[in-house]
Design a protein around this ligand. Sequence first.
Ligand SMILES: Nc1ncnc2c1ncn2[C@@H]1O[C@H](COP(=O)(O)OP(=O)(O)OP(=O)(O)O)[C@@H](O)[C@H]1O
Ligand SMILES: [Mg+2]
Length: 151
Amino acid sequence: MKILSVENLEKSFGDLQVLKDISMEVNHGEIVSIIGSSGSGKSTLLRCINRLETIDSGKITVDGQIMVSTENGKVQYANNDILNEIRLKTGLVFQNFNLFPHFNVLKNITQAPIRVKKVPKDVAEKEAMDLLKKLGLENRKDAYPHQLSGG
Ligand SMILES: Nc1ncnc2c1ncn2[C@@H]1O[C@H](COP(=O)(O)OP(=O)(O)OP(=O)(O)O)[C@@H](O)[C@H]1O
Ligand SMILES: [Mg+2]
């Protein structure tokens, strides 16, 4: 099943065209790596998919919902309800990972599900601990970002 589709995406910053007719698909359960030299536009592509950049033309579909499409050269984004639904299904881990410096590990992991998805705190914390255990990091749950290594 197709979970993400990008069609003929174009994005420029001023005179610099970064994304030139980019098309790709990701199917459910698939893990896709985008590789390329520094400055080739990998982050820009991800930012367009997360709506952190607006596109110049093309079409992006997430889990069957059209996020943005282009008809006769006019870019049309979905309404806010659909964009919010799509936002709940997409996540982006930033290159400089942007953790909350004043929250410990457990709180950094549980803020989004508790605040955005209204998951009860105890459920979110259990899920977070399960994830930390998978990575052998459960003993670091109370640590703050500055006490941890980058990775
Ligand atoms: N907001 C912006 N305004 C102007 N130029 C930008 C902007 N964002 C990115 N660029 C430029 O677009 C190009 C692609 O940048 P991008 O960050 O997408 O590359 P990247 O493939 O992720 O690189 P890296 O491997 O270093 O992370 C670069 O030339 C960058 O300077
Ligand atoms: Mg990048």
